[in-house]
Design a protein around this ligand. Structure first.
Ligand code: PLP
Length: 395
């Protein structure tokens, strides 16, 4: 077994040494004041990253999927309606989870490669004069297709219709890497996981709750025990957890949020934008295109590269792993085989990214793709050379 780094999957991401060491700590009594000293700065830092002042932060030992479940079970009741657009694997899975919980899903089917359709969302809300829709679910960054959606635009659409639904946002592959403004966008629940922008191992579901979401908890009747916000709130007030917390991960989270704030969140986002743009220039130099339909939809954390007809993107990923010891992401669901995904989020520098692009080129050349070795790397190098220093940092 070999462990290769860096990885270019769209999460889990590369773990900086200082974060890895922060996670690796001796056992402490999680019911002692020592735990509160670890927990409090982690929560304060998460608030800053989520862009919330008044929101409540809840950290479950779980993953992003658990965060989805916590969001819906704490605020909704069987038979309630949610509105969501389906345009990729992750938006699909959250919808599927709602249906399995006995919720009615009003689905706006949207082509994969596009983002949340603002006009259709607004029309659906405007038509819902009885206010049956209790929550609008939005996937901020669809990791399957490398598409970002306009959450502020969804909020504006909701406000224009005067609809009282809550807004739940999956920010699993955006938060900590792309601008996220929970308060400004009027997000009622934001869901993140530890293993992407926070640069930690998987194991924490990270949620931000608005006052409206907290109030909804009082009347929601979907069953929940492990994920009950009320148990968490009670225990947090006493400085602890209702069960055993993932202390090492929370200690790592403290370090991660400190790192993000030390670099400066704006700089973190600019670094991601810049590295992503270099990847996109490489893709264009290969004569290929991102799955995202238009530039305004391009994700700064993952690019799903559409492979030419007659090729299978999964083979690029398999060859990269078997021959070059490098990890890229396969296409999922509708775009399986049609794309391979380059993750470019978390702890990453230009030089790291160039190594990923160079390896992708070697794989494609090995597989007979009509590309010129070095073309994508050169395009990215040109862009990185011109823009270096704008967001310089130590990874
Ligand atoms: N949402 C998005 C956008 C994701 O990318 C992922 C995982 O990749 C999830 C949700 C699910 O998160 P997890 O795998 O941490 O349960």
């Amino acid at each position: 077994m070999s462990y290769q780094n860096p990885v270019f999957i769209p999460g889990p991401t590369n773990i900086p040494e200082v974060i890895r060491k922060a996670c690796d700590m001796p056992t402490i009594d999680h019911r002692s004041p020592a735990f509160a000293r670890i927990f409090k700065p982690a929560v304060a830092g998460v608030k800053a990253v989520l862009g919330t002042r008044d929101g409540e932060i809840i950290l479950f030992p779980s993953t992003g999927t658990g965060g989805w479940e916590a969001a819906i079970t704490n605020t909704l009741s069987p038979g309630d309606t949610i509105l969501a657009a389906r345009f990729g694997m992750f938006s699909h899975r959250w919808i599927d989870m709602c249906q399995r919980h006995g919720l009615k899903a009003q689905i706006i089917e949207t082509p994969w490669g596009e983002g949340a359709p603002l006009e259709a969302i607004e029309a659906a809300l405007a038509a819902d004069t009885a206010h049956r829709i209790r929550a609008v679910l939005a996937t901020h960054n669809e990791t399957a297709t490398g598409v970002k959606s306009d959450i502020a635009g969804i909020r504006r659409a909701m406000d224009r219709t005067g609809h009282p639904a809550m807004l739940f946002v999956d920010g699993v592959s955006s938060i900590g890497s792309m601008p996220f403004e929970m308060d400004r966008w009027g997000v009622d629940i934001a869901v993140a996981g530890s293993q992407k922008g926070f640069m930690l191992p998987a194991g924490l579901a990270i949620l931000g709750l608005s006052k409206k979401a907290v109030a909804a908890m009082e009347t929601a009747t979907l069953p929940r025990t492990f994920f009950d916000f009320r148990d968490m709130q009670k225990s947090y007030a006493a400085g602890g957890y209702p069960y055993t917390p993932a202390v090492g991960l929370i200690n790592g989270l403290s370090t991660a949020v400190q790192m993000l704030q030390d670099e400066g969140l704006d700089k973190v986002y600019a670094r991601h934008r810049r590295i992503a743009e270099g990847v996109r220039r490489a893709v264009a130099a290969w004569g290929m295109r991102p799955c995202a339909a238009t530039p305004d939809l391009y994700s700064d954390t993952v690019t799903a590269v559409v492979v030419p007809d007659g090729f299978n993107g999964t083979e690029v990923v398999s060859l990269a792993a078997s021959k070059y010891g490098m990890a890229f992401g396969v296409g999922l669901g509708e775009v399986a085989g049609k794309v391979f995904r380059i993750g470019h989020l978390g702890s990453l520098t230009d030089a790291m990214m160039l190594s990923g692009l160079a390896t992708a080129e070697m794989c494609m050349a090995d597989l007979g793709y009509p590309i010129t070795l070095g073309s994508g790397v050169a395009a990215a190098q040109e862009y990185y050379r011109k823009t270096a220093g704008e967001t310089a940092r130590a990874a």
